[in-house]
Design a protein around this ligand. Structure first.
Ligand code: WQD
Length: 340
């Protein structure tokens, strides 16, 4: 099986490539380094011993996407990670987000199907559930009332895939709704690499702990939660990566129940921001400098997953503990510091 991984130099894409190679799958990446660096492929090679071909092109451009499939006519499946993903930026530049994230998905489906690709695994997000009332959230929970254009690109991406599959009986797809992916490869050689100031909690924690940032701001202590800070479902990025392998294995089975399926990927455990800070301090022995700030616009109070469907159908279960998530993120941050 030859798998096209779009966004292969990105955080989840790079960890997924390692897992795919580990399972003997052939991989080609398409990444234009808009929010990633070429060195990621050297890191992947250091871990797996294998070189990955990357095509540096913009998938939202029709011609570039067409050429990609002409150059790689033997691709059988696509895992589509490549997207802009900064929630706040998407509010400021919605057209950039809709143009990039939707056009790339449309182009991949169009030219991929023409080239004989049979399957696409879509990188979606729990953000499609908006601000859900009932917890944990399962796949039947309503989507919508989303806080950002970024989130809407994920919801629309799922709909585009669903409709395309409906009109192409030979095509099937899976949408994976990630909760909060954190942590890094156990080797410490691969991890999240935010360019500039991190938006997400765990990279901000590790950059503060190593001294790159003076202080972590905890956005809001007045939520209706046990300690007043928001609750999320943090899941190890390697567990998320492994789910993509399971998704590809499942999607190839001719008895796949539905040709389009959606799965939540989370641990099912809700953790508050203060619990994450505490877990980091305990796992690493490093005291973190933090202070409370006003709420961040667009943050929901509580969301965590019911991931029973992924366990039953994909035979996927997260294996890594919260402690390992924090320790591996810290190991990666230290690895980066040693390279500077
Ligand atoms: C987690 C918690 C913050 C930074 C986003 C996307 C989602 C997904 C993952 C992306 C919140 C708090 C954070 C900081 C803080 N996909 N926080 N200080 O917002 O749950 O999810 O990223 O690609 O679609 O919406 O993740 O890590 O930003 O925040 O207090 O400096 O940490 O307020 O409660 P979020 P996050």
């Amino acid at each position: 099986m030859k798998v096209l991984v779009t966004g292969g130099a990105g955080y989840i894409g790079s960890h997924t490539i390692c897992e795919l190679l580990d399972h003997g799958m052939e991989v080609v990446s398409a990444d234009n380094f808009q929010n990633a660096v070429p060195e990621t492929f050297e890191r992947i090679e250091a871990i797996t011993g294998q070189k990955v071909v990357n095509e540096n092109l913009d998938l939202s451009e029709v011609k570039a996407c067409q050429i990609l499939f002409e150059q790689h006519p033997d691709i059988t499946a696509i895992i589509h990670f490549a997207a802009r993903k900064a929630v706040g930026e998407s509010v400021e530049k919605p057209l950039v987000y809709y143009r990039n994230n939707l056009n790339s998905t449309i182009n991949l489906l169009h030219f991929g199907t023409l080239a004989g690709v049979k399957h696409l695994v879509f990188s979606s997000s729990c953000t499609v559930y908006g601000n859900p009332g009932n917890q944990p959230v399962d796949e039947d929970s309503p989507v919508g009332n989303i806080e950002s254009p970024y989130g809407y690109t994920k919801m629309m991406g799922e709909q585009i895939l669903r409709d395309h599959i409906h009109s192409h009986p030979s095509f099937s797809g899976i949408s994976l709704r990630y909760f909060n992916p954190v942590g890094a490869h156990p080797s410490g050689k691969l991890g999240e690499l935010p360019l500039g100031k991190p938006n997400n909690l765990v990279p901000f924690i590790t950059e503060t702990a190593i001294g790159l940032r003076p202080c972590l701001e905890v956005f809001g202590a007045d939520y209706d939660t046990p300690d007043g800070t928001p609750i999320r479902d943090y899941v190890h990025v390697v567990d998320i990566a492994k789910a993509h392998v399971q998704a590809l294995l499942h999607i190839q089975q001719s008895d796949q129940r539905e040709r389009f399926e959606v799965f939540n990927l989370g641990t099912g455990k809700g953790m508050s921001v203060l619990e994450i800070i505490q877990a980091f301090e305990q796992a690493t022995g490093v005291a973190l400098n933090y202070r409370f700030s006003p709420r961040r616009a667009g943050d929901v109070e509580t969301i965590y997953a019911n991931a029973d469907k992924a366990a039953q159908v994909l035979k996927w279960q997260p294996e890594y503990s919260l402690e390992t998530m924090m320790a591996s993120a810290w190991k990666w941050q230290q690895h980066l510091a040693n390279q500077r």
